[in-house]
Design a protein around this ligand. Structure first.
Ligand code: 5AD
Length: 359
């Protein structure tokens, strides 16, 4: 086996993506890991960017069948952080040397347009952080106001490219058909860097749809791609199910997630790709590092105050829940250095190369 495996010299088409997704042979897979790691080094380098994640509210108006903070789940206590609490987290991200703060929440109408805009403006005036928002499906007017206030990036996973599966697991609000692809395009037009991604192993997800997901990463020219395993949450409609697509069902395994990460790196070589918390949750010992060795170049340490953190239970047993804020980032930095990589400096936005840089 050589570093320049001939199978990566032509673009990855649908058939080759499908074959790699279903590859089980460990030696063959080494070729995939090597290609993804080479592409990662060539296009985004050895820096691993840290983004401080702050889960600012677990209120949600949605009824997503997979998600623990869905509106229908009466078993969790709801919270919304105050402006001062969020600003304290942003300052902490600064003092830890991070370049970005990610403000994430359920789809919470209580996070009003002007309130969020003011928060963004304040963080921008007090820190040099990049701001990533991940606040669900919002109106174009809101997204525009937040961009004008200084927001840099927006995360909205499309979860699956299969429209019928998406609508089954993600019911629309009355009189408003959910269209995340349209929102991603609107975000791009407004000047945001855009991030999206999928869960792997959603009950009813087929291999063909997963191939299409990867082709969709490319079609959307994503700046950021987040991929993690589906983790059943007992207090949700999908809490008992793990598979229902028969022979074509994608399993929610760590192995398949690594293959999707590696293929995402190969189809979108310049993207920022996190080694996700959900991956670290299914393999606590090695998940984060294996993600970084197989295409990822970003880690998102959780900076949510511990009183709120366990209430943001989108899936059970989030790996970060037991990591204290102080230990978390330094342990993560050690893990990064142990791989011969280094913690990124600066904002860590997408670096676009000219056509000549694609080689
Ligand atoms: N298992 C795995 N990932 C989940 N998410 C939400 N619920 C779950 C779950 N049960 C992911 C979704 C969402 C992101 C914030 O978290 O992909 O977009």
């Amino acid at each position: 086996m050589t570093a320049k495996d001939p199978s990566f010299e032509t673009p990855l088409d649908r058939d080759r993506i499908r074959a790699w997704l279903r590859e089980e042979d460990a030696l063959r897979l080494e070729v995939l890991w090597r290609a993804a790691d080479d592409a990662r080094r060539l296009h985004v380098g050895d820096e691993v960017h840290l983004r401080g994640l702050v889960e600012i509210s677990n209120h949600c108006r949605r009824q997503c069948a997979y998600c623990g903070i869905r509106a229908g789940n009466r078993g969790i206590e709801r919270y919304r952080m105050t402006r001062d609490e969020i600003l304290a987290c942003a300052r902490e991200a600064m003092s830890l040397g991070f370049g970005t703060v990610v403000l994430q929440a359920g789809e919470d109408p209580g996070l009003g347009s002007e309130w969020v805009a003011d928060l963004v403006r304040t963080i921008k005036s007090e820190t040099s952080l990049s701001i990533t928002l991940s606040l669900g499906e919002r109106t174009t007017d809101e997204l525009r106001a937040w961009k004008r206030a200084g927001a840099d990036r927006y995360l909205l996973r499309f979860e699956t490219s299969d429209p019928s599966l998406f609508h089954r697991i993600h019911p629309s609000l009355p009189n408003a058909l959910s269209d995340r692809m349209a929102q991603l395009r609107a975000l791009r037009d407004l000047g945001y860097e855009i991030g999206s991604g999928v869960m792997v192993g959603i009950p009813g997800q087929t291999w063909d749809s997963l191939v299409q997901d990867i082709l969709t990463f490319k079609a959307l020219d994503l700046d950021m791609i987040g991929v993690g395993p589906f983790l059943p949450h007992p207090d949700t409609p999908l809490g008992g199910a793990t598979e229902d697509g028969g022979e074509d069902q994608v399993p929610a395994t760590e192995d398949v997630v690594y293959r999707v990460l590696a293929l995402a790196r190969l189809v979108c070589p310049e993207a920022n790709i996190p080694s996700t918390t959900a991956l670290a949750a299914i393999n606590k010992k090695h998940g984060r590092q294996l993600g970084l060795l197989r295409g990822a170049n970003v880690v998102m340490p959780n900076l949510t105050p511990s009183t709120y953190r366990f209430k943001y239970a989108i899936y059970p047993d989030k790996a970060c829940v037991n990591e204290t804020v102080l230990v978390g980032p330094s342990v993560i930095a050690e893990q990064i250095e142990a791989l011969g990589r280094r913690v990124g400096r600066g904002e860590g936005g997408r670096r676009r190369r000219g056509p000549a840089g694609n080689g």
